[in-house]
Design a binder for this molecule. Structure first.
Ligand SMILES: Cc1cc2nc3c(=O)[nH]c(=O)nc-3n(C[C@H](O)[C@H](O)[C@H](O)COP(=O)(O)OP(=O)(O)OC[C@H]3O[C@@H](n4cnc5c(N)ncnc54)[C@H](O)[C@@H]3O)c2cc1C
Length: 386
């Protein structure tokens, strides 16, 4: 009988896993039954939320229907949030009351946003971390007449480490061409660029910040409160006319409710080893953003893509009785500031004694063609589902 593979989550990690298991099995003439279960009919490409905020993309352009994967890749898609993970019984149960049994399970549920975990953070400021947020931010940027813009990262690690640097440069360009020169400050609780991206990329950002007159201020240590016009931290206060905020990452509630929180840090999920498996149930893979920090990886779509390829290969190996499991690929992280793009490459190696991936990053290319690469990748990815 065909092995049953259930994938929970219809974002980056879920789509890559389901797509690879189904299409590879079909190509090899093998029968595998893949079902992807998602809470939302929308499969987002979240980096495009930044384009919505800048006015260069419509909200509709940021997503494609995940149901489109049925025709494009041949696996089943069910829209119904999962409520219960029964790992011992090898089944998941949805809020709609449906039970799905599996031989292999992959979980990729992104991250939840802990806006209300700091006083005032949920009330003040704008963000483009959701489709709705991006629409509000577009209006706020257009109507802005003030002098001080503050980017606030309340905690590390946070979703998409290059975001504030990349967006700060875009915001500089946004106002420069309108004859406005607001003061732009990027606030981090600790030194983040060097730690997360390595020396080469941190130097690149340093040069770009200098050229764009962006103040990079790491080291406020702890966020105390956000008020109507101030960010109050342990190390000082920062006035703003416009606050652009990143969310603190929190474990999706369904994972916490089902005992899948990481014992060392409850913001993340359990996960172990270079194959991204559950510590006890080796037929369960965790490849969402919630599983990246415990194994030393960044909270972004590119590492998740690589993790999903490894999980899919491991499933194919067990289900088909032999399939090459690739080593973790280098990740090309691509960003842009207005018309020009930049690509940083990170190489990874597994460190068994630490149970984590080590990494080294460097800048490989900058220029308009990199921005073109980025746009084509995002839009082609979504167009395949339409
Ligand atoms: C503004 C912004 C810019 C970014 N830029 C970049 C970038 O340039 N490069 C990069 O690599 N990454 C970037 N990222 C990060 C990247 O988008 C995420 O890391 C990635 O999408 C996370 O993948 P995931 O599969 O873990 O979760 P997601 O893509 O968030 O998907 C989670 C899925 O789980 C589903 N779900 C939730 N609860 C349930 C449930 N109970 N049952 C079933 N399904 C459920 C949701 O509906 C969703 O389909 C950016 C993110 C943002 C917000």
């Amino acid at each position: 009988m065909a092995k049953k593979v259930v994938v929970v989550g219809g974002g980056s990690g879920g789509l890559v896993t389901a797509r690879m298991v189904q299409t590879e099995a079909r190509r090899l003439g093998k029968d595998i039954d893949v079902t992807l279960i998602s809470a939302s009919e929308k499969h987002y490409m979240p980096p495009l939320f930044s384009e919505v905020a800048l006015g260069t993309a419509s909200p509709e352009e940021t997503w494609a229907p995940i149901k489109g994967a049925e025709q494009a890749y041949g696996f089943k898609v069910v829209i119904d949030p999962v409520k219960t993970f029964d790992l011992k019984g090898q089944k998941v149960v949805t809020e709609g009351g449906k039970t799905f049994e599996y031989d292999f399970l992959t979980i990729a549920l992104g991250t939840a946003y802990g806006w209300s975990d700091y006083k005032g953070l949920d009330k003040y400021g704008v963000h483009n971390y959701t489709e709705e947020g991006a629409v509000e931010m577009q209006k706020a940027l257009y109507e802005f007449k003030g002098k001080k813009i503050v980017f606030l990262v309340p905690e590390l690690p946070f979703r998409c480490g290059i975001y504030p640097g990349e967006m700060a440069m875009n915001i500089r360009a946004y106002y420069e061409t309108r004859g406005m020169m607001p003061e732009i400050t990027v606030l981090f609780p600790q030194e983040a660029m060097r730690a997360g991206l390595g020396e080469g990329l941190a130097e690149f950002f340093g040069r770009r910040f200098m050229r764009n007159h962006i103040r990079y201020e790491p080291g406020f240590e702890e966020l105390i409160e956000v008020t109507e016009n101030k960010v109050i931290t342990k190390k000082g206060e920062y006035e703003y006319d416009l606050l652009i905020k990143s969310p603190p990452s929190r474990l999706p509630k369904v994972l916490a409710d089902n005992g899948l929180a990481h014992p060392g840090d409850k913001r993340w999920s359990v996960v172990t080893g270079p194959l991204f498996q559950h510590p006890e149930y080796k037929n369960v893979y965790l490849v969402g953003e919630h599983a990246m920090p415990p194994v030393g990886l960044m909270t972004a779509g590119v590492p998740i893509h690589n993790a999903a390829v490894i999980a899919a290969s491991s499933i194919l190996n067990d289900a088909l009785g032999g399939y090459l499991i690739p080593s973790y690929a280098p990740t090309l992280c691509v960003g842009h500031s207005y018309e020009s793009g930049f690509a940083g490459n990170c190489e990874f190696w597994w460190i068994p004694e630490e149970g984590k991936w080590g990494h080294a990053c460097y800048t490989v290319a900058t220029g308009p063609i990199v921005r073109m690469m980025k746009d084509s990748f995002y839009r082609g990815w979504l167009d395949a589902l339409r």
